[in-house]
Design a protein around this ligand. Structure first.
Ligand SMILES: *Cc1c(COP(=O)(O)O)cnc(C)c1O
Length: 356
């Protein structure tokens, strides 16, 4: 399939101060669109000026949430090249989400090609200040104008781009996390392992209540027993206990993060023991009481590595590493972000230039 390109005639002013970009507030000049219609399959891939999309008020995505998305980034390297980090994994996960949400499969290789083309068209929007990047948001939603509850026959695949700032402009500051034991994010057999809109809608309430108590995010427990740890906000979570790295195994309710996968591979390449298993909040509290909880951190594309300095579970407050970033968290952050922006040699072969 050939991608048609219609260039914008009204280019927007680019942000002057890359220290004030924030996250997901500005969008570039172009977007990628592709339609799916039953009988025709995915067709009409095109890059067009960024702008509003017209939808029928009965469009199914607005009523029943048949939608999936991805989150990835493009980075400017010191020699001015622009590269992506494991985009094949994002597109494979998008298809895994598609399968669960009854959305037709996309051609993963073609989707990576389309994303590279879009980034190339808007390459002047990729910021270069340390810690900044171009956030890429691919998403697919149902557009059938129909109120019956069934899988859509007409969908739209869209990719938009947003220049984003350093997640921690003041350096890596450990966050405070509230253990949520009333609301749940996902259950086994549900859609927890997919990036679908509904998961995030249902997480807002807990997030709001945690913020009221001055915690930046919640730690989600499993939906059945409220006992086993799943994730932190929209990040996977790791604990360092007695020098061993432990992260919850992927049980179907947890999102299989690409930063999680990459962190495990890097840690193992350093000869550090990483275990994926069921981990209860009691076990973490006990390790904390006994002084064996060395570090805790979240992993995700937005923050990459987010150290946790305080964990609150009901009335119990656990301080981790005196509220400071741990040695391993810092080393992992430096290595991962170094590979992503081309400052550390990519011995894993994870990065790919948009011109490749
Ligand atoms: C996207 C996401 C993650 C992190 O995945 P990455 O591929 O590392 O960005 C973790 N948990 C949830 C709920 C997410 O949506």
């Amino acid at each position: 399939m050939e991608i048609k390109i219609e260039l914008s005639k009204n280019l927007k002013a680019k942000p002057q101060d890359e220290s004030k970009l924030g996250f997901g507030k500005l969008f570039t000049d172009h977007m990628f669109l592709m339609n799916y219609d039953e009988g025709e399959g995915w067709h009409n891939p095109r890059i067009v000026p960024y702008g509003p999309i017209e939808l029928d008020p009965a469009a199914m995505c607005l009523h029943y949430g048949q939608e999936v998305f991805e989150g990835m980034k493009a980075y400017k390297t010191p020699n001015g090249d622009i590269q992506l980090f494991r985009p094949d994994k994002n597109m494979a996960r998008l298809n895994s989400s598609n399968e669960r949400l009854c959305i037709p499969e996309i051609d993963e290789e073609f989707a990576v090609k389309a994303i590279k083309k879009l980034v190339e068209v808007d390459k002047d929007w990729v910021p270069s200040r340390e810690g900044t990047s171009l956030y890429i948001r691919p998403f697919i939603f149902a557009v059938d104008a129909m109120l019956g509850v069934h899988a859509a026959k007409h969908l739209l695949f869209v990719v938009i781009l947003s220049p984003v700032g350093a997640y921690y402009p003041q350096g890596l500051n450990p966050v405070s996390i509230y253990v949520e034991d009333k609301y749940v994010r996902a259950v086994r057999g549900g859609t927890g392992y997919t990036k679908t809109a509904g998961n995030y809608a249902s997480s807002l309430k807990a997030q709001q209540e945690a913020e009221k108590k001055n915690y930046s995010q919640v730690l989600w427990l499993d939906g059945v027993e409220h006992k086993y740890i799943e994730e932190v906000g929209a990040m996977n979570v790791f604990f360092v206990i007695d020098g061993e790295v432990i992260t919850p195994s992927l049980d179907g309710a947890t999102l299989p993060g690409i930063t999680r996968m990459s962190s495990i591979e890097i840690l193992r390449s350093w000869g550090i023991k990483v275990t994926e298993r069921l981990l209860s909040i009691e076990e973490v509290a006990k390790a904390s009481d006994e002084g064996r909880l060395d570090e805790m951190f979240g992993t995700g594309t937005a923050a990459v590595i987010s150290p946790v300095g305080e964990l609150r579970w009901n009335d119990k407050v656990m301080k981790i590493n005196n509220g400071e970033i741990g040695e391993l968290s810092q080393r992992l952050y430096d290595t991962l972000t170094g590979i992503q922006c081309g400052k550390v040699e990519d011995t894993f072969g994870w990065t790919t230039s948009i011109n490749e």
